[in-house]
Design a protein around this ligand. Sequence first.
Ligand code: C2E
Ligand code: MG
Ligand code: MG
Ligand code: MG
Length: 272
Amino acid sequence: RAKNRGRNKFQAFTAELYDELQSRVRNERELRNAIATEGLLLHFQPMYRAADNAICGCEALVRWRHPGRGLVAPDEFIGLAEECGAIHELGEWVLRAACREAAAWPGQMKLAVNVSPVQFRDPKLALRVASVLAETGFPAQRLEIEITENVLLNNDSANKKILAALSAMGCSVVLDDFGVGYSSLGYLGSFNFQKIKIDRSFINDSSTKRARGIIQAITGLARSMDIPTTAEGVETAEQLSWLREVGCAEVQGFFLARPGPADMIHALLNAS
Ligand code: C2E
Ligand code: MG
Ligand code: MG
Ligand code: MG
């Protein structure tokens, strides 16, 4: 009897594993298909210059237009794309679609694109970026590549080479989600970042003395290194005015504008 139950448990376990594997395989196939057939979509979220509240650029944020699940958020599929290797195609699609769109924006507007650490395993990454820029006519000087410090984990020299190549092309390299990684401070010294985005968890907690202390430390450190900071995830007027006082150069968040389709950006630009 006990043996039987054991076997049933085992069967239930393998059945569950099998289901999981199947849904994974299906997801992967659907995602690859979406990348190949314009099943992805870009939203853009404006970034504002703190000094005068002008829109100074937009961040491209990918969505998956899923036939059954609606608009799927990147947190639900970027991990899968990284694991199955589709992130390379996904990343190139995002960059191309974003540059095409941004080529129609006024000349001072920046475009920020998130690049996954896994994309850095491709030694031709910088070359691919260069060819998309050439193809779309979007100037490198207006492109901001957002990376997380994972890219510099273990002081990876291959990754640093790619970053240096992107910099040499004229792109800005921006450190995203700053402050929540492993040993943030060291990374600031190891590469010449053009900008630091303070992770939204600190902004979210900025009514607490501790979070404010951290934000002040980050902005102070960045200022001493002549690196401007962006506060992401600004959700209230109080946060905005305090972040201005603290000296963040740029602000971004739902309080200012939520991410939306390209049309929304045109409407915002026409209104301002
Ligand atoms: P991220 O680059 O840090 O982007 C900011 C995320 O915070 C976006 O979520 C944005 O919608 C959200 N956000 C902005 N303002 C606020 C706010 O005031 N409050 C709150 N609660 N959230 C806010 P989203 O679009 O879901 O993207 C999540 C993450 O997925 C991004 O974080 C980025 O790491 C990744 N991601 C998005 N698009 C791409 C892409 O094209 N390629 C890669 N590799 N990753 C991407
Ligand atoms: Mg980002
Ligand atoms: Mg971020
Ligand atoms: Mg993030």
